[in-house]
Design a protein around this ligand. Structure first.
Ligand code: MN
Length: 489
């Protein structure tokens, strides 16, 4: 059974507290959703604002394959705005629980059905496809809910949707409610929220109950605890429910996840399924050893399936097999004794509570192999001016090979200014800072500051650290040490 995917990252997802997307960001996400094979894209809510309408119009003017919807209340004012945006369809949201009907809308069940029916007729008269979403369906009287759907279909609704608005379903209850709606003659969608962390589980159960469409958001963003996560749900359907399939190209899932994380500023927890930083990372010696022999030993799917790469993390749980592999990736061939020595040096560093980066590993290995690298860039002087009434400004003096170079930069803060002072130098131009992480080791303002960064040059990524009592020095030290490493390779 082929399952249709309605993605609402641009509507329900954008309702994430603190998130607001620019029209350009929305357009980029919509294009990517279309490219990846999403069937229906809910592009926003046309009634919201002029800017929102502008961005929906830009999306509808792209001629995408996906059906483009706008959220709409069952009111002609909303529907008219949807028409102005030239959408293909509306997600017509009608609250069906008594709580919503009497407390929120201050109306009655009968009047609500009239409102819903006439809104559907109005949409159909104007050529719109209608998906009728029953809001708070899972807390509604079932017979009433069913009569709302039956009325909707009689008046021309093309699809219906069960919304678990406050996320109170369990997988069993989800199966039950969809199973009771099985004889409904139009496609039935499932819209879940993640208040109890069950959105994906409930959505998967709904398919077994008879749902034929799922609502998702990329990275599971959305109000409160968010919505059903697109990537988790789609990959689960693909790999765990062989009787169902979707039109999604799952090898592009990681790309869209990163795009949405960057655009919304809602970063992904490291242990998130499929797209989290650690989802395909291995540190433990036993696991790494198994993975190298046969990846199926400790991975349910290969990272490549979802457009990712496996990562072996350097740390105290790492065994010699994983370590040897990592060293080879860094271009270092070591003998058995040297490997043991490097391994024990890493463990003692990790036992002191340190994160071991590539640069640390390189330094440890260089020590054991007695390799002396001459760093090409050395920091001689760093001066910062910062305060509440001045533009943070940094000047740096570095020695590069044998040349002395002076440069200055400004930034939104002193760290930014210092990095900008370095970045304008030719040698740094194609180096991108892709991650920056700060920790105060002992917690006080006099603590040692540990800065860990990731730098990228072409397809080469290195991590590096700087540990200093001064946050700016620590940042600059990490940056220069990473660049030296990139230049060495
Ligand atoms: Mn919702």
């Amino acid at each position: 059974m082929n399952i249709k995917v309605l993605d609402t990252t641009l509507r329900d997802g954008e309702q994430t507290p603190g998130v607001s997307l620019t029209p350009l960001e929305k357009l980029r996400i919509a294009n990517k959703l279309d490219e990846i094979g999403v069937d229906f894209i809910e592009a926003g809510s046309a009634i919201t604002s002029e800017g929102e309408r502008q961005s929906i119009k830009e999306i509808t003017s792209q001629g995408l394959n996906a059906e483009i919807l706008s959220f709409s209340r069952p009111l002609t004012v909303d529907i008219d705005y949807c028409l102005e945006c030239d959408v293909d369809a509306v997600n017509l949201v009608v609250p069906t629980s008594d709580l919503h009907i009497s407390e929120k809308l201050k109306t009655t069940r009968d009047k609500l059905i009239d409102l819903s029916n006439s809104a559907i007729e109005y949409c159909k008269d104007h050529g719109l496809t209608v998906e009728l979403s029953a809001e708070d369906a899972t807390r509604s009287d079932f017979d009433f809910l069913k009569s709302v759907y039956e009325n909707a279909i009689d008046h021309g609704a093309d699809r219906i949707c069960v919304c678990d608005t406050v996320g109170i379903l369990t997988p069993n209850k989800s199966f039950e409610i969809f199973n009771k709606l099985r004889d409904i003659p139009v496609p039935i969608a499932c819209h879940c929220h993640n208040d109890f962390g069950l959105a994906v589980a409930n959505t998967l159960s709904s398919l077994e109950g008879g749902a034929t469409e799922i609502h998702t958001t990329v990275n599971g963003i959305g109000e409160r605890a968010g919505n059903t996560s697109f990537e988790e749900c789609v990959v689960s359907i693909e790999r765990l429910l062989p009787e169902f399939s979707t039109n999604i190209k799952i090898n592009e899932i990681y790309d869209i996840s990163k795009l949405v994380a960057r655009s919304t500023g809602v970063y992904i927890q490291p242990n998130k399924a499929i797209v989290g930083e650690n989802a395909f990372a291995h540190e433990s010696g036993i696991h790494s050893d198994g993975i190298i022999k046969n990846s199926a030993t400790y991975e349910p799917i290969t990272p490549e399936l979802v457009g990712r790469k496996r990562r072996f993390v350097i740390g105290k749980h790492m065994g010699t097999h994983g370590l040897d592999n990592r060293l080879k990736e860094l271009g270092l061939n070591v003998n058995e004794n040297q490997l043991q020595q490097i391994c024990s040096d890493i463990k003692s560093l990790a036992d002191m509570g340190k994160t071991v980066t590539d640069v640390d590993l390189q330094a440890i290995a260089d020590n054991v192999l007695e390799i002396n690298h001459e760093d090409r860039i050395k920091l001689d002087e760093l001066t910062i001016v910062s305060g509440n009434k001045v533009m943070p400004t940094a000047s740096v003096k570095i020695t590069m090979d044998d040349d002395e170079i002076l440069n200055a930069g400004v930034g939104i803060g002193p760290v930014d200014a210092a990095i900008n002072a370095l970045k304008t130098l030719d040698i740094f131009t194609d180096v991108d800072l892709i991650e920056y992480h700060v920790d105060a080791i002992t917690g006080g303002t006099d603590a040692f500051i540990d800065v860990i960064i990731k730098l990228q040059k072409g397809d080469k990524v290195v991590s590096a650290r700087g540990t200093e009592p001064d946050i700016i020095n620590a940042s600059v030290k990490a940056y220069i040490s990473g660049v030296n490493r990139l230049l060495r390779d």
